[in-house]
Design a binder for this molecule. Sequence first.
Ligand code: G1P
Ligand code: ZN
Length: 545
Amino acid sequence: METIQTIQTRPFTDQKPGTSGLRKKVRVFQQPHYLQNFVQSIVDALPESGRQRLVVGGDGRFYNREAIQIILEILVANGIREVLVGEGGILSTPAVSNLIRQTGADGGIVLSASHNPGGPDEDFGIKFNNASGAPAPESVTQKIFDSTRSIQQYRRMPLPPVDLSAGRSYRFLDTDVHVVSSVDDYARLMTTLFDFDRLRDAVSQGRVNLQFDAMHAVTGPYARRIFHDMLGLKPAFLHNVSPSEDFGGGHPDPNRVHAHDLWERMMSAQATDLGAASDGDGDRNMIMGRNTFVSPSDSLALIAEHSACIPQFRSGLIGVARSMPTSTAIDRVAAALGIPCYETPTGWKFFGNLLDAGKVRLCGEESFGTSGDHVREKDGVWAVLCWLSILVETGLSVQELLQRHWARFGRSYYCRHDYEGLAAPAAEAVMQGLLADADTIARQSFAGNAIAKVDSFTYADPVDGSISANQGVRILFENGNRIVYRLSGTGTDSATLRVYLEQIEQRMDHLQHDALEFNRELGRFAHQVAQIGALTGAQAPSVMT
Ligand code: G1P
Ligand code: ZN
C-alpha cells in the first residue's frame, strides 16, 4: 500500500464560493492542484468532531468521475472515517441533502454547476453542505475561502481507480467507502411525504396525466423510479431521462427557452394535465398546465394555498419563506393563513436556519426553486409531486387553480430581465450608481405610481442574528410594486445583472395578460433609471423570463 503524500501547493486567488458554491469552467478545475486545494480547504474548515461521515455525489456532468476520485484520495488522506458515494458518482442535490440527514453525516460534497451547460468547455462546480443537509452558511464558506487563500499543502492518498458500482465497499487506511444507490433513499423519503396510493390510482389510470422532462440530467433515474415504477406513468410521458455528461448538448435549465420541447408540447394538442421539467442537478423545477405556464413565484404561493392537499404539510405550515426578489404572491397567502412569511437574500443557504429552527416548512425562489422541510435544498421532483397532489385532491386544472388564486389574492405580474456578458466593473457601476442616486430616483414615479423608497437589502437572520448586507437594490413603490437589481453570484466568467419586475394587479378583468408584455414598460423604466445603457453599453436585456 502506498503512503499518504503531502503535496506542496500555492493558493489560487479565485476560489471564493458564490451564491451556490464554487463554479468555474471545467478547464479551471482541471488545473493541477485547483480542485485539490479547494477540497483540502473544505476539510480544514471541518471541526475534528465533524470528520466522521461525509456524503459525496454529483449530477454526472463532464469531470464528475475524475473529481470524485480526487476527492476520495484527499478524504482518505485526511482520515475521514466513512464516505458514502452515490452509484456511478451520481446523486441529485436534494438526494445528497437527504442522505446527509438520513445517515447523520457531518456534511456532504455536491459536484454540480446546476443548470449551467456541461462538457469539456463548459462548467463544473463544487459545494459543501453541512450536517443538516443545507448549503454551508456564509460563516463556513468564508472559512473555506480563507483557507484557499493561505493553503500551502494538501494531503493525498493515491488510490486505484475506485469502481463506483452500487453496493461496493472499500477500506482505504482508516476510511470506509460505501457506494450507495442514487435513488433508493430519496424515493423512500417521498413515500413518507405524499399519498402514493392515491397518486398511483390517478396517474396509472390516466385520470391526471403528467409528462416530465429530465433534460438529459440527473433526475432521469429518479423520474423513472418514482413516476414510472411507483406511480405507473407510461414511459412515453418521460422525456430525456438518460443522463449524459453534456446534457445532450443542451442547457439543463427548466424554463421557456431551454425546456422548449416541453413548452411546445404543453402549448399544443399533446399537452397533459401537468407538465414539468427539472435541471442539471435536480433541484429546480418548471411547472406547466395545458396551455399554461406557472411562474415559480406563483407555484410557491399555490403550494402554500393548497398545502392541505400535501400530507407532509397536513400538520400545518407554521411559516414560509421566499428570497427577496421572489414575488410577493406567497406573502398574501401567508397573511390569509395567519402564518409568517420571511424574506431572505437570494440563495438557498439562507433558508437553512429558518428550516432548522422550525420557523418555516416551505420556501422558494423565483429562479425555479421550491422545497419543504424534508431536505435542506430545493427539490425539483418533490415540487412535481406537490402539484400532482394538488391536481388529484382538488380535481381542478392548473389553469383553474391559477385563476382562482389570482381572483382571491390578486396577481403578481412577475418577470426577470437579465443583462448577461457585462464587464464586471460596468455591472458594479450600475449597482453603485443606483445607491448614489437613490434620493433622485425616489422622487420619480412610474405610470402614476410613486416610489416609497430606494434601498439596499440587508438581511438579519432571525435565528443566529448574522447580518448579510448588499443583497440587492430595491425600488419599492407605494402600491407594492417593485423593481429589484442584483448581480448574479453563479456566473463563471463575465457579470450578469438581474432586474426583477413585479406589478400587482387586483382587478379581475385585468388578470389575463402575458407577464413579459405586462412588465415591458416597467422594464424600460428600470433600464433608464439605473442608466444601464450608458454604464454598460447594453441597450436591452439579453434574456427575459
Ligand atoms: C441563481 C438564482 C438563485 C439560485 C442560484 C442557485 O443565483 O438567482 O435564486 O439560488 O442561482 O441555483 P444568481 O446567479 O442570481 O446569483
Ligand atoms: Zn440546480
